[in-house]
Design a protein around this ligand. Structure first.
Ligand code: NAD
Ligand code: G6P
Ligand code: MN
Ligand code: MN
Length: 431
């Protein structure tokens, strides 16, 4: 009797997930699917839950959808717990995006100070959820989507006994992007990934097993650029791409094209609004659609969100664990020596073999110097962000922000930190 609990069930992405479970019902016969939310999300939960129920009814599959505000009821004896919640909601995200911009620093929900703030709000909640999982479903797998996904997954693995795997749709998006460029079925494309969540490089690209990295790098250098709905698609410099010799993820633009991205963000903030402000409106439109009692499929408008292929990543991962498939997924997993240039106990994003015992990353060894420094610096920032988030320690937080490559000085780091702590007071019980 397969039971799945989704924490943050009122998310507008939930129909994606439902579609994924419906598609795989033969291999993954979910009996009970609990969508959990909090009081503030009750209305969203009811609307999206209504659509979810119509979707399974239309598909004729035997999934029972339960809507609840009782997290413990949902977690009890679950086989999988999927976490996709947003502490503080979209308004907190918008503040995360706006605070850094005041100090001429990239304002992004997962990268830089915005991601730091989101982590500080999320860490107390995820630790609380994990206590419930330890007590009520000690054998469950926790599949984490909550951003910053790598940081939150590392927090779970360092501070709890919960079995967790972190996910992001960026790697699968990069595979699909290459497939589209080559006009081939994505199944024929394989990419070796190395790095961190939202800081992952495609180090080798294969078509039908043949290494086509160089050829593809040439076409990226020739102006082809792949991005996602939530990241401005600024073109890469051809010489830069050739010198890198790898496929950078869309989020790398914040590091490699910082000046132009900052300019773009400021321009957007002053016109259409930050990404969070755009998404807030988009979400209202989506929920209006979801209310329609005749709607019983995932509406195509959801594709305007950045989370494309989200359900493919999540549902196929769950399916591989459940069916002991031993196939390869790109996940956030404990390093354990996979990347020789990082500590063992940190989380990395890479290719791993998935079976019923979890994710077994495929060895990488050392990475080239041109990506090593940035990766190590951001990982050190992440380690300090986690420590600060767990302990509520101001000095650790100040070091985290100061060493972040996108923050120019200790002076600016301190100003941003004080602003973040002030504006997030109600969500930071640990400080
Ligand atoms: P959202 O604002 O719609 O949040 C989803 C739900 O979480 C809301 O209904 C909200 O009420 C609920 N929630 C808030 N605090 C909660 C708590 N303590 N317990 C239970 N539920 C709670 O956000 P969204 O846009 O759907 O995104 C949800 C999360 O998923 C975010 O953290 C986002 O960054 C992340 N996300 C990650 C990826 C990825 O690639 N890893 C992709 C898409 C979204
Ligand atoms: C991508 C990232 C996610 C992020 C999302 C934001 O999919 O991988 O981690 O949450 O974009 O999309 P949004 O539509 O909320 O801006
Ligand atoms: Mn992501
Ligand atoms: Mn090579």
């Amino acid at each position: 009797n397969l039971k799945i609990a989704v924490i943050g069930g009122g998310s507008s992405y939930t129909p994606e997930l439902i579609e994924g479970f419906i598609k795989r019902y033969n291999e993954l016969p979910v009996k009970d699917l609990y969508l959990v939310d909090i009081e503030e999300g009750k209305e969203k939960l009811e609307i999206v839950g209504g659509l979810a129920k119509r979707m399974v009814e239309k598909a004729g599959v035997g999934i029972n959808i339960h809507l609840t505000l009782d997290r413990r009821e949902a977690i009890k004896d679950a086989d999988f717990v999927v976490t996709q919640f947003r502490v503080g909601g979209m308004d907190a995200r918008i503040r995360d995006e706006k605070i850094p911009l005041k100090y001429d620093v990239i304002g992004q929900e997962t990268t830089g100070p915005g991601g730091f703030a989101k982590a500080q709000r999320t860490i107390p909640v995820i630790l609380d959820i994990c206590k419930d999982v330890e007590e009520l479903a000690p054998n469950a797998w926790l599949i984490n989507f909550t951003n910053p996904s790598g940081v939150i997954t590392e927090t779970i693995l360092k501070y709890t006994n919960v079995k967790a795997i972190g996910l992001c749709n960026v790697p699968i998006g990069m595979v699909y992007g290459v497939a589209k460029m080559l006009e081939v079925d994505p199944k024929r494309v394989y990419i070796d990934f190395a790095g961190l969540n939202h800081l992952v490089w495609g180090t080798h690209i294969y078509l039908d097993g043949e290494d086509i990295t160089e050829k593809l790098i040439d076409s990226f250098a020739g102006g082809k650029s792949l991005s996602m709905k939530n990241i401005p698609e600024l073109p890469w410099d051809p010489d830069f791409i050739k010198s890198l010799g790898m496929y950078p993820c869309p989020y790398h633009r914040y590091y490699y094209l910082t000046d132009k991205m900052l300019e773009k963000q400021k321009e957007e903030a002053a016109t259409v609004g930050t990404r969070g402000e755009v998404v807030k409106k988009l979400e209202q439109e989506l929920f209006e659609l979801y209310k329609d009692p005749n709607l019983n499929i995932k509406p195509p408008q959801l594709e305007k969100r950045g989370g494309a292929y989200y359900s493919d990543a999540a549902c196929s991962l769950i399916c591989s664990i459940y069916n002991d498939k031993k196939d390869i997924h790109v996940v956030n997993v404990r390093n354990n020596g996979t990347i020789a240039d990082l500590p063992d106990d940190v989380v990395i994003e890479t290719n791993a073999i998935i079976d019923r015992n979890g994710a077994h990353p495929i060895n990488i060894g050392h990475v080239p110097a041109k990506i090593r420094g940035l990766m190590q610096a951001v990982k050190a920032y992440e380690e300090l962000t986690i420590e600060a988030g767990v302990k509520g320690d101001y000095y650790t937080a100040l070091q985290a922000l100061t060493i972040h490559p996108l923050i120019p000085s200790a002076t600016v780091a301190k100003k941003i930190l004080d602003d973040i702590l002030e504006q997030n007071k109600e969500y930071l019980p640990q400080y």
